[in-house]
Design a protein around this ligand. Structure first.
Ligand code: SME
Length: 166
């Protein structure tokens, strides 16, 4: 059964949506499945609940960020350290909330439809930065400190489940 069907997410508050995300993920996560399948589901779940334009991850490979799993339109494949929102979040190892991407100096526009963005570093238990989690929205001011805290918690859980292992 698809846990995102038949639910009017637009009638839920942001807190209720995150509660649904955290609870549903524990049922959806399948320890017997490859991490690629699990992460694809995690990304799809976030996108379905919040109806975001683009949700995906970039992985650190050979000193740059390489496009990995995502849901949404085609995206740029490689981002250098310190470049764009993703490269900056990686370089600072801290999350960035961008209320208006057009005002972020150096923003990399993969799609002209995106107006706000949040990027969170994916930190492993070893302290190593594996990559970044990126979400784009067609709305301005879509993300705030609540999204930052809830998504950091979600990514921490995925890291605990050792899904960033490829
Ligand atoms: N906007 C990002 C690039 C990645 S796409 O949004 C998928 C950035 O400035 O790093």
């Amino acid at each position: 059964m698809n846990p995102t069907e038949n639910i009017a997410f637009n009638e839920l508050s942001k807190s209720e949506k995150y509660q649904y995300l955290h609870t549903t993920w524990e049922h959806l996560y399948d320890p017997k499945c490859h991490s690629i399948g699990n992460l694809s589901n995690a990304i799809a779940l976030v996108r379905s609940i919040f109806n975001h334009w683009w949700v995906g991850i970039y992985q650190v490979v050979d000193q740059s960020l390489h496009l990995s799993m995502f849901q949404g339109d085609v995206a740029c494949t490689r981002i250098e350290k310190g470049k764009g929102v993703c490269g900056t979040a990686w370089s600072n190892q801290s999350s960035i909330v961008v209320p208006n991407v057009h005002e972020f100096e150096g923003h990399i526009a993969c799609s002209s439809a995106s107006n706000s963005e949040i990027v969170l570093p994916i930190i492993l238990s070893s302290g190593e930065c594996w990559g970044v989690w990126d979400i784009d929205s067609v709305h301005f001011n879509e993300f705030d400190d609540q999204d930052r805290a809830e998504l950091e918690r979600f990514i921490e859980r995925l890291a605990e489940q050792k899904l960033f292992n490829y």
